[in-house]
Design a binder for this molecule. Structure first.
Ligand code: BES
Ligand code: MN
Ligand code: ZN
Length: 502
């Protein structure tokens, strides 16, 4: 991964491949953001004018390059846009976006000097995170691991003009690096092709990482799942040649202020099963384990940050495939804990694996359960490809989760769980069916999950089907493919709990 460091030298004195400044849209045209002073001096105060001449406007996402004048030790100046000018400081999201655009634009360069707004620790953290996320690439499947690529990610970022021995800034770089590492870990898992990432290999990856970071990992294999009666996970996984797993990843702190259970949908490939998805709907379905990826990484992040909280991640891993052994529409599954479910559509598989995990997690009586799942196409219809839906059995908790998500740069929206949508899920043969009304499908799925939450436990459900996988062009610090959505929200929740605020 790219390395971020703090430099006490000015942007003019720094030797790099490029110096990055930020620009914004002012009422009378382009303005320079704080941090660009030394660079502007080298341009004899004409940097804004020069950038305007070559077409820069300061719009968010913009990246404009100009050659450096003699006074700079670096040959190139890159100006990235922040959007509207902000007199009282740029938002963390604007800084993350600008840093991410800079890192993406400088793909193939070795070192960049950031002459960007970095006056406080929060800004330093935002720049660190944005740069490390923007520089991300996935090369595991290129021949020679991508070594043959002519261009490699930006290797080094130096944030210039910082004070010597600034402990808060140093801590900010460290925290930003931890979050970026774990988000990029999630992206790697999501981007891995489903012939490489399947329940067993995912469980092995979890075991190895758990050992490294002192996080306890327990894997229930198929035999253990049968013994425990995990009918949901087994019913989804039975059609695949690759057997399912339930993985428990536990981070504990001796002075924990609260206990959280995070549950991730981990369908390593969703073909739809016997209710097979048509072509056009299955090309990106390796992303159907993005919830499990986010849960896994956020537990590791909590461990790396040493948060005073107990966080247990549950990864419900299965591959949803059609075969002679697969669950049929009409089959009844006996879920973990004994409830029965009539499977009317094998493509509504996420709720089945999650239900087992929710019941199992509930046995440990955590203060809160949060599940994260690429659960429904309906949520993508409702909220688009960049916002996830938040449902809960508690209005205050739903607000907390939604607000925390927004505060860390993950667009989220509170969604209801209307009780009238429960009745259509009644089954003629089992306790409940896995299908309900078509309209409001995301809410129907949420209501299904709610049935499995033990009384007295506060629960929220994040439907990340929209933002988990970016099928469009890269933007800001988000590449194509896996995005690692929800990692920051889960980490923020764990921090909130550790601070005794939940
Ligand atoms: N994994 C899909 C949901 C999905 C859709 C994720 C688009 C990411 C992008 C899920 O398992 C699914 O197939 N849901 C069905 C449910 C339906 C059969 C009730 C859906 O949304 O169509
Ligand atoms: Mn499905
Ligand atoms: Zn699915």
């Amino acid at each position: 991964m790219t390395a971020v460091s703090l430099s006490t030298s000015t942007a003019a004195a720094l030797r790099a491949d490029a110096v990055v400044v930020a620009v914004a849209k002012g009422p009378k045209g382009l303005v320079l953001a704080p941090g660009a002073e030394a660079v502007d001096e080298a341009f004899e105060g004409r940097l804004a004018e020069v950038l305007t001449t070559v077409g820069a406007t300061g719009a968010e996402g913009e990246a404009v390059k100009v050659p450096a004048p003699a006074g700079l030790k670096s040959p190139l100046v890159l100006a990235v846009g922040l959007g509207e000018v902000a007199e009282d400081g740029y938002s963390a999201e604007a800084l993350r976006t600008a840093a991410g655009v800079a890192a993406r634009t400088l793909h193939g360069s070795k070192k960049a000097g950031f002459a960007l707004p970095a006056a406080d620790a929060a800004s330093v953290e935002a720049l660190t995170l944005g740069a490390l996320l923007g520089a991300y690439t996935f090369t595991a499947c290129r021949s020679d691991n991508g070594k043959a690529d002519t261009k490699t990610p930006l290797a080094e970022v130096a944030i210039t003009g910082t004070k010597r021995g600034d402990k808060a800034a140093k801590a900010a770089v460290e925290r930003g690096t931890v979050v970026a590492e774990e988000m990029n870990r999630t992206r790697d898992l999501v981007n891995m092709p489903p012939n490489d990432l399947f329940p067993k290999s995912f469980a092995e990856i979890a075991t190895t990482a758990g050992k490294e970071l002192g996080v306890k990992v327990e894997v229930l294999d198929e035999k253990a799942l049968v013994k425990g009666g995990y009918g949901g996970i087994l019913g989804v996984g039975v059609g695949s040649a690759r057997s399912p797993r339930l993985v428990k990843v536990a981070y504990t702190h001796p002075k924990a202020k609260a206990s959280l259970a995070f549950i991730g949908k981990g369908i390593t490939y969703d073909s739809g099963g016997i209710s097979l998805k048509p072509a056009g709907h299955n090309e990106t379905m390796k992303c159907d384990m993005a919830g499990a990826g986010a849960v896994f990484a956020s537990v590791l992040a909590a461990a790396k940050l040493g948060l005073q909280v107990n966080v247990t991640g549950w990864l419900a891993l299965a591959e949803n495939m059609p075969s002679g052994a697969a669950t049929r529409p009409g089959d009844v599954l006996r879920m973990y804990g004994g409830k029965t479910v009539e499977v009317l559509n094998t493509d509504a598989e996420g709720r089945l694996v999650l239900a087992d995990a929710i019941v199992r997690a509930g046995e440990e009586k955590p203060d809160y359960i949060v599940d994260v799942a690429t659960l429904t196409g309906a949520m993508v219809m409702a909220l688009g490809s960049r916002t996830f839906g938040v449902m809960a059995n508690d209005d205050a908790f739903r607000s907390t989760v939604t607000e925390l998500a927004e505060s860390v740069g993950e667009p989220a929206w509170a969604m209801p769980l209307p009780t009238h949508l429960r009745k259509p899920m009644d089954s003629t043969v089992a306790d409940i069916s896995n299908m309900g009304e078509r309209m409001g499908g995301g809410l129907v799925a949420g209501l299904f999950l709610k049935e499995f939450v033990a009384d007295g436990i506060t629960w929220a459900h994040l439907d990340i089907a929209g933002p988990a996988f970016n099928e469009g062009a890269p933007f800001g610090y988000t590449p194509k493919g896996g995005t690692a959505t929800a990692v920051r929200t889960l980490v923020a929740l764990a921090e909130h709990a550790a601070d005794g605020k939940l």
